[in-house]
Design a protein around this ligand. Structure first.
Ligand SMILES: C[S@@+](CC[C@H](N)C(=O)[O-])C[C@H]1O[C@@H](n2cnc3c(N)ncnc32)[C@H](O)[C@@H]1O
Length: 248
């Protein structure tokens, strides 16, 4: 578990290049949610599970005061280097989202790109408690997750990317335990250098699948107002990603 965020941390942005390219659109949507759903002006944001800072730095670049927190120092090292290169000031903290101890410090808390799937039934309750405590009254929690309909397919997906002069061949497949709503996310990453040498890494993560209704019901136990959006718009019948928006 967590190979993607440790031994492969330096390759994370190359693996998710296409997602990084659309992060501007995601953050446009998030800013719309700040305006429509938050019940206070959003200036200070806690980005939980910030990883290499793809959304964190996009938010910081738009003028928000952002704190990024992640479980893996390897990911934070990449995020700090990028922030420095882009001249952005972001505080990056090494820590577990379940152990945060902020008291009414943030206007918004975010958790992007399926990170909420790392939290099982009891952890997600603990997470909602800590997030609620970290938010100021009227502050908003935003998290996105893929739909049940897309995590189900178990045909391997193969694609390639580049990092400098290295070529990556990435093979993904998924094994789902429907009764337990567990997703075993498997990924083989082969890294080829121009001299022909190959290194291979195996990712094997256990994730939790939440339906939009489950997310809403769980969040309603902690937050005053909860809404589920679809993929960068109002919820539609066949959306492939969901956005949870919960107001303290
Ligand atoms: C799919 S990545 C998403 C990274 C980033 N949010 C993004 O949008 O690119 C998931 C991240 O969750 C982090 N993570 C997993 N469990 C965590 C926890 N309990 N506390 C903090 N971070 C966690 C991992 O280290 C990893 O960086």
């Amino acid at each position: 578990m967590y190979e993607l965020y440790t031994v492969l941390a330096e390759y994370y942005d190359a693996i998710y290049r296409r997602r990084a390219e659309r992060v501007g659109k995601e953050i446009d949507f998030v800013e719309e949610l700040f305006r429509e759903d938050a019940e206070r002006e959003v200036r200070r944001i806690l980005d939980l599970a910030c990883g290499t800072g793809i959304p964190t730095l996009e938010l910081a670049g738009r003028g928000y005061e952002v704190v990024g927190l992640d479980l893996h120092e390897e990911m934070l090292a990449v995020a700090r280097r990028k922030a420095e290169r882009e001249g952005l000031s972001v505080e990056f903290i090494h820590g577990n989202a379940l152990e945060i101890d902020f008291e009414e410090e943030f206007d918004a808390v975010t958790m992007f790109f399926s990170s909420i799937m790392y939290f099982d039934d009891s952890a997600i309750q603990q997470l909602f408690n800590s997030v609620k405590r970290a938010l100021k009254p009227g502050g908003v929690f935003i998290a996105d997750t893929p739909g049940w309909n897309i995590v189900g397919g178990n045909e391997p997906i193969v694609w390639d990317e580049r990092k400098g002069d290295e070529r990556l061949i990435i093979t993904d497949w998924r094994e789902v335990e429907p009764a337990f709503q567990k997703l075993h996310f498997k990924r083989l990453v082969q890294i080829m250098t121009p001299d022909g040498s190959v290194r291979a890494f195996m990712v094997d993560d256990e994730l939790n699948i939440y339906t939009p209704r489950e997310l809403r019901l769980l969040a309603e136990g902690h937050f005053r107002k909860v809404k589920i959006y679809g993929d960068l718009h109002e919820l539609r019948p066949n959306d492939r990603r969901y956005w949870l928006v919960a107001v303290k």
